[in-house]
Design a binder for this molecule. Structure first.
Ligand code: ZN
Length: 202
């Protein structure tokens, strides 16, 4: 039975502790535009889990070669060890049975298979923390983040600062030409913009 709340069993005096009630798995999504602090927030949560002596594994797509191969690095240069993987399925294969927390960065570079992988890990009792872009350069929902938002227990939307007007921003303005959905880059390639200053491409 895939049900969450079974706490009643605890209250019966001398009752057997229900194994189901020991399960703690869930999905957290951290999403927003470029430069909104997604990786910083993921790193913060991973660090706290480590302090609590939980076993943590962090994965990132092998496509993301902007920074160090074996770390996820935030724009303020905080870093944490990570394992590059070529597919969502590889995350499943490489997650150890005794891992408590699974972190996944740059989730927009995985396909929709990531949704089933996160569900399975959470069903197995793991805390899954996924960070990624929620919109592409046209301001459209960026799979698989919309699907993950629908099934997640906890959602955090991070906001950047609009480079035009200084208000909170949740869009990534592409500053160079190109109609590929995936175009790597950071400073100079994109800048955060608010809804009103964002100029969607033709
Ligand atoms: Zn603005």
């Amino acid at each position: 039975m895939r049900t969450g709340f079974t706490g009643v069993r605890h209250r019966s005096p001398g009752g057997i502790v229900d194994q189901l009630s020991q399960k703690t798995g869930w999905i957290e999504v951290i999403c927003g535009s470029m430069f909104s602090g997604k990786s910083e927030e993921l790193i913060r949560r991973i660090r706290r889990a480590r302090i609590a002596r939980q076993k943590v594994q962090v994965f990132k797509p092998a496509i993301d070669r902007r920074d160090s191969e074996e770390h996820i690095v935030s724009h303020d240069d905080r870093r944490i060890p990570s394992e590059p993987v070529c597919s969502a399925k590889e995350i499943l294969a490489r997650t150890d049975p005794d891992t408590h927390v699974v972190g996944i960065d740059e989730a927009q570079f995985f396909n929709l298979g990531l949704v089933g992988v996160c569900e399975r890990l959470a069903d197995e009792g793991k805390r899954v923390i996924v960070a990624g872009l929620d919109q592409d350069y046209r301001g459209q929902p960026f799979e698989p983040i919309p699907q993950l938002l629908a099934i997640a227990e906890v959602i955090t939307k991070t906001m950047a600062v609009c480079m035009v007007c200084g208000k909170p921003a949740n869009k990534s303005q592409r500053l160079v030409k190109g109609d590929q959905r995936v175009m790597l880059g950071s400073e100079g390639t994109y800048e955060p913009r608010c809804r009103h200053c964002f100029e969607p491409p033709e």
